[in-house]
Unconditional design. Structure first.
Length: 284
């Protein structure tokens, strides 16, 4: 396990991932009923953008840095940006929240939040970073395998909520593991919403991933959301990212055209930046 998220914290992929996460949770919160959020690959929760590691790759200026400096950011970005601003009260962008931090700021006392992280050192950091941030019923499973957490914790007592699956894609089996996890996950929690983040750098693998997902018997309505920030180039790696979203919350579906238009414009790294959204499995 070599992947450490500190090298990528706050990059365009985190912005895409976290903005949609905030919109989804805010939508669920329109009702007072409790929700459950399971974050299978939690990372460390809080990232120092001034650290040596973040500085080495320096990815955040083309991610959260763009939004931080956008004086005309649309209203739907505000709840997400406010979380980042609260972390950087002095007015300088030096810290970035990971998904467990973002979710914790949004959940209410009666909501449930389960986070797992497998890396031993990151598990320690995650627990430390979330100390004093318990706004909901929080359970940190660390070190713990996220795919095992899905088996152990689904279905939750709460009827509504979502699972975020955000692996590092270090393993050649990651896409296959996700397909298996979704297949079992929807059997355990049919009403649950499952958001899976994935990298766009190998079109063949992504096409195969989509095909495998479509082959899952009884897969509920599933969206594919893709953001391309630059022209694909086999030598430069990641050119975009996406979410496969099983049972996407209606609030996300409604806002997607505006959100993706904004993200494509603000995060573009060249003129070929674009976004596309389509149903892998249509609403029946
Ligand atoms: N979700 C985080 C966020 O948005 O801030 C970032 C997660 S990062 C992309 C992936 C994390 O998964 C890394 O911290 C890595 O150590 C962890 N990881 C790798 N394999 C795992 C597994 N099988 N179960 C749980 N965590 C795992």
């Amino acid at each position: 396990m070599n992947y450490r998220h500190i090298y990528h914290a706050g990059n365009f992929a985190d912005v895409f991932k976290h903005l949609l996460l905030v919109i989804a949770i805010d939508y669920y919160k329109q009702k007072n009923k409790p929700i459950c959020v399971l974050d299978t690959h939690g990372g460390i929760g809080l990232y120092d953008l001034t650290s040596e590691q973040a500085g080495k790759t320096n990815e955040y200026p083309e991610g959260i840095g763009r939004l931080w400096n956008d004086a005309d950011a649309p209203a739907f970005v505000e709840p997400y940006l406010n979380i980042v601003k609260e972390l950087n009260e002095h007015g300088e962008l030096t810290a970035y929240p990971g998904s467990p931090w973002v979710v914790q700021q949004l959940l209410r006392a009666h909501d449930r939040h389960i986070v797992s992280e497998l890396h031993t050192d990151d598990a320690v950091a995650l627990k430390e970073n979330l100390r004093g941030q318990r706004h909901s019923q929080l359970e940190v499973l660390a070190p713990f395998d996220g795919y095992e957490a899905l088996k152990a914790k689904l279905p939750p007592a709460e009827k509504r909520g979502l699972v975020l699956i955000d692996p590092p894609f270090e393993s050649v089996h990651e896409f296959d593991d996700i397909v298996t996890a979704i297949e079992h996950g929807i059997k355990r929690w049919a009403a649950g919403s499952f958001a899976v983040w994935f990298p766009l750098k190998d079109d063949e693998k992504v096409g195969d991933f989509y095909r495998q997902l479509r082959d899952i018997a009884g897969l509920p309505k599933t969206l594919a959301i893709e953001l391309m920030v630059k022209e694909p180039n086999p030598t430069t790696g990641l050119y975009g990212c996406g979410y496969v979203w099983v049972n996407p919350p209606y609030g996300v579906q409604q806002q997607l055209p505006d959100v993706m238009n904004y993200l494509q414009r603000i995060l573009a790294q060249d003129s070929s930046a674009h976004a596309r959204t389509f149903w892998l499995v249509e609403e029946s």
